[in-house]
Design a protein around this ligand. Structure first.
Ligand code: APR
Length: 311
């Protein structure tokens, strides 16, 4: 079978790591696409990763290009085009500038890769994935936002750090928008099947939830100039892999809701099944009153940002 093709639109901090991880997992040949000004950087990154392959012995090819035609025949497209946050900024502060970029990218993807499965990472995530969907005219199952996978990984990390138990055995989900009002579902968080509410005091658990909500900002503050890139890249690669290998993993993703959890016509973080059909299903389940209220309040924030796109 011919190799699959994964294109990264935006070859900056996250884009470079996406390319590395996609190659290391041998998901397929990798294209890093960026604007002309960045062509030297992406060609250099592609060549650098090409030269890392002999150690592990994988054969996928990497290429950097600022020619949109290079997107042709992409099976998966991962979008990080846009600017990241600086300290003191909310994700919503990026709306104006990143919206123009997403519209430009959507036109190109529509023209050159109309059959691709598209994963959006650019922020503010819930509005950017919506903007891509509207501007491209893609079917809703072929467009998804990466947020919950990262937010859940952060929640899992903090639970493992608190308990001292293996992060591998921590399971949890974060629903809602990819903003400070996201909804970590503590009731369903477990370590090896044991509820975390039995392992961590309510006060400490509340502190962990709060840290999860602001985990992106914590890193922005530490960096001073840019936002997280290792964990966001890995989260999106899990989603791409589930699509390419038809794994049907259940991952919290910003998926297009059509009535699920009482949400209609918006992309928001919900448990999603990703397989060769794209977002194949959203797994709905009963929320408590508090969880439902928290989800509706995050939805209001998402709606406001989406309104700002004018789409
Ligand atoms: N087409 C393609 N690439 C573009 C375009 C465009 N129209 N406009 C900008 N880019 C590229 C930039 O040239 C840059 O190389 O997007 C890349 C963004 O990379 P970084 O600035 O390093 O940002 P990064 O940390 O990767 O974050 C990207 O993801 O998590 C979000 O908030 C984050 O919105 C930000 C995005």
């Amino acid at each position: 079978m011919a190799r699959r093709k994964i294109a990264m639109i935006g070859g900056g901090q996250i884009g470079g790591n996406l390319a590395l991880l996609a190659a290391q997992k041998e998901l397929g040949d990798v294209l890093i696409y960026d604007i002309a000004k960045a062509e030297g950087m992406i060609k250099g990154k592609a060549l650098d990763i090409m030269q890392l392959r002999p150690h592990d012995g994988y054969d996928v090819n990497l290429e950097g290009s600022s020619d949109p035609e290079s997107l042709t025949n992409s099976d998966v497209i991962i979008i990080t085009a846009g600017i990241p946050r600086k300290p003191g900024m909310n994700r919503e502060d990026l709306l104006e500038i990143n919206l123009g970029i997403i519209k430009d990218v959507a036109e190109k993807v529509k023209t050159y890769a109309p059959n691709a499965f598209v994963i959006v990472i650019s922020n503010p995530l819930d509005a950017m994935v919506y903007a891509f969907y509207k501007a491209s005219g893609f079917k809703s199952n072929k467009v998804v936002g990466m947020a919950g996978a990262l937010d859940s990984a952060r929640f899992r990390t903090f639970i493992a750090m608190e308990t001292g138990f293996s992060v591998q055995d921590v399971s949890c989900m974060v629903l809602g928008g990819h903003g400070d009002s996201m909804v970590p579902i503590t009731r369903l968080a477990t370590v090896g099947g044991v509820p975390v509410t039995k392992l961590i005091s309510p006060e400490r658990l509340e502190a962990i939830v709060e840290r999860t909500r602001f985990a992106g900002g914590e890193i922005v503050k530490l960096f001073g100039n840019g936002s997280a890139f290792y964990a966001p890249a890995q989260s999106a690669i899990e989603m791409a892999e589930s699509y390419l290998r038809d794994k049907k993993r259940v991952i919290p993703c910003a998926s297009y809701c059509q009535g699920e959890f009482g949400i209609n016509g918006y992309f928001i973080g919900v448990p999603s099944v990703i397989g060769s059909g794209g977002v194949e299903q959203i797994l709905e389940f009963d929320l408590t009153k508090d969880e439902q209220n928290a989800l509706l309040s995050t939805l209001e924030k998402v709606k406001k940002t989406v309104q700002g796109t004018g789409l």
